[in-house]
Design a protein around this ligand. Structure first.
Ligand SMILES: Cc1cc2nc3c(=O)[nH]c(=O)nc-3n(C[C@H](O)[C@H](O)[C@H](O)COP(=O)(O)OP(=O)(O)OC[C@H]3O[C@@H](n4cnc5c(N)ncnc54)[C@H](O)[C@@H]3O)c2cc1C
Length: 293
């Protein structure tokens, strides 16, 4: 049943410290639910599946905004929307996040939906999440106890479970610079181009070393497991080899051991695995002009 909006309370903090104090104070009673773009939360309220009645509006928090180059890469505030990320001139070195941002919902959702919300919502189909995994991103979270960093790879601990305390907020995500010669690839497989939840979503980074052999490989997948996941066996099958028909075949076999996809209303496991193998082969072809597997 729809939640009656008249029964909901929204608090509006003035700055991050104020927000963190309110989050901490709320644990004694009913935990405040952080509210960013609302694109996930409003769906839950409409479906009557969100239990909380008290919300903390994050929109006044300037500390959660900004896309800034750092000494080692780029820092993106948690409140940055996918539209801002896709258009920002400093995002050129991270094309996979730009491409993922352009695939989230459609223009309306990209205008409101934030990267912090995508991370915190922790859907296995979240489109920015394989990108953050492939880029070895670091997430900054804060509470009244201070700010700490956690590797995105360590943040998701189970289906919609995050290694965060209930009073913590995501402040920003930091992505290291990518080697200039890296091959980067993003692919979302859905039923249509917009407003479609991924059947398979992939982000790959491949850095060739001496002689063109792959010396750094990240293959990150969404919608293939309860959490966004890398494919360690397939990565190992590629490391130390040049992209080739043979390497793609080894990696394709290994992918079947790494990924045990589920059957659900969007797709079945067999389709998902076939699609993932095709996407991987596409990445390897695109990354090496001489290889036509
Ligand atoms: C029509 C439609 C299409 C969609 N299509 C896609 C799609 O293609 N791909 C995709 O990945 N997603 C999609 N989504 C889901 C959604 O838009 C994204 O997950 C979006 O990034 C959520 O961000 P938000 O700011 O709207 O989060 P909100 O709805 O405000 O919050 C989501 C969750 O995150 C928590 N939260 C938000 N910010 C913080 C923070 N800084 N710290 C701690 N917790 C926080 C909230 O408490 C809540 O639990 C779609 C949604 C709709 C309605």
């Amino acid at each position: 049943m729809k939640t009656a909006l008249s029964q909901l309370a929204v608090e509006r903090p003035r700055h991050l410290k104020d927000a963190l104090q309110r989050m901490s104070g709320s644990l004694a009673d009913e935990r405040l639910t952080p509210l960013a773009g609302g694109t996930d939360l409003f769906v839950y309220l409409n479906a009557g599946t969100h239990r909380g009645t008290r919300f903390l509006d994050l929109s006044p928090l300037a500390e959660l905004r900004g896309i800034k180059a750092t000494r080692t890469g780029i820092r993106i505030g948690a409140l940055e929307t996918f539209d801002r990320i896709a258009r920002h001139p400093k995002m050129g070195g991270w094309p996979l996040l730009v491409q993922a941002a352009r695939c989230v919902g459609a223009a309306q959702i990209q205008n409101r939906g934030t990267i912090g919300g995508n991370i915190a919502n922790a859907s296995p189909a979240g489109d920015s999440l394989p990108v953050l995994l492939a880029y070895d991103a670091i997430v900054h979270v804060a509470s009244t106890r201070g700010e700490r960093t956690v590797r995105f790879a360590d943040l998701q601990t189970g289906y919609r479970q995050l290694a965060m305390e209930s009073d913590e907020l995501i402040v920003a995500v930091e992505i290291p610079a990518v080697a200039p010669k890296a091959a980067q690839f993003f692919r979302k497989v859905g039923t249509r181009a917009a407003q479609s939840i991924s059947k398979v979503v992939f982000a790959g980074v491949l850095v060739p070393g001496r002689g063109g052999v792959m010396e750094h490989v990240r293959l990150a997948w969404g919608s293939m497991a309860p959490i966004t996941t890398r494919a360690p066996r397939a990565e190992a099958a590629l490391l130390g080899h040049k992209p080739s028909v043979q390497a793609a075949a080894w990696a394709g076999v290994a992918l079947g051991e790494d990924l045990v996809p589920i059957d659900d209303i969007r797709s079945d496991a067999e389709y998902r695995l076939d699609a993932a193998r095709n996407v991987l082969a596409q990445f390897l072809r695109a990354s090496h002009a001489g290889y036509r597997g």
